[in-house]
Design a protein around this ligand. Structure first.
Ligand code: 5RP
Length: 222
């Protein structure tokens, strides 16, 4: 079975979490794109969706799924999104698609965060995938130096401007043994808008697409 098929399986399984007349948050990426395709089949049951990126908004609109503003929608019962890496505590690295800031805002505003991923994303220790960090343009060099001091190898993502008008630095060579501590520390560097570590607010449920089927893994508070 291909990775794409495993992503599709996980995405389809997330439909089980959607209640009638729900408003939910939707993430960004190729796994989420399969989820939006599945969502289109049940759109008559939805009141609307809060989108985490311009790319997701385009796909939702093409499927004629109503897109709502988070401020108007209020707290959300459910957020569904993918990940670049997920550990056993359901802490994540996200931002491979550059949408980490809006993704983190919607995750924070949601009661339940369901992560959908194929089995290649599961790791014991986060950090083999370079950690994305969204940065205010004038702070690029300062943030790069601060990341070097912490043992990371910062690389500016070429020709990328985020939906918020900022830059992305991908940080290589981090072995993230204490994800929540590192997230809090990096959050304090002036000029960093968002760190792609989702450890202080991890996923609540992981739907992991595997060769054998979909594993449902619940976090400690679920
Ligand atoms: C985008 C993300 C994505 O969830 C992450 O990159 C996973 O993407 P994919 O489902 O394409 O592997 O964080 O900012």
């Amino acid at each position: 079975m291909s990775t794409e098929d495993m992503k599709k399986r996980a995405a389809e399984a997330a439909l089980e979490y959607i209640e009638d007349n729900a408003v939910l948050g939707v993430g960004t990426g190729s796994t989420v794109s399969y989820f939006i395709d599945a969502l289109a089949r049940i759109k008559h049951r939805l009141d609307g969706v809060v989108s985490s990126s311009e790319a997701t908004t385009r796909q939702l609109k093409a499927c004629k799924i109503p897109v709502l503003d988070l401020n108007a929608a209020g707290p959300l019962p459910l957020y569904v999104d993918g990940a670049d890496e997920v550990n056993r505590q359901l802490q994540l690295i996200k931002g491979g698609g550059g949408a980490l800031t809006r993704e983190k805002i919607i995750a924070a505003a949601s009661e339940l965060f369901v992560c959908i991923a194929d089995e290649t994303k599961q790791v014991d220790v986060l950090g083999a995938f370079p950690l994305p960090v969204e940065v205010i343009p004038m702070a690029r060099s300062h943030v790069g130096r601060e990341l070097l001091k912490r043992g990371g190898q910062p690389v500016l993502r070429e020709n990328v401007v985020t939906d918020n008008g900022n830059l992305i630095i991908d940080v290589y060579n981090l072995q993230i043994l204490e994800p929540a501590k590192l997230e809090a520390e990096l959050n304090n560097i002036a000029g960093i808008v968002t760190v792609g570590l989702f450890a202080l607010r991890p996923a609540d449920v992981l739907l992991l697409g595997t060769e054998q089927g979909v594993q449902e893994i619940k976090g400690k508070d679920c």
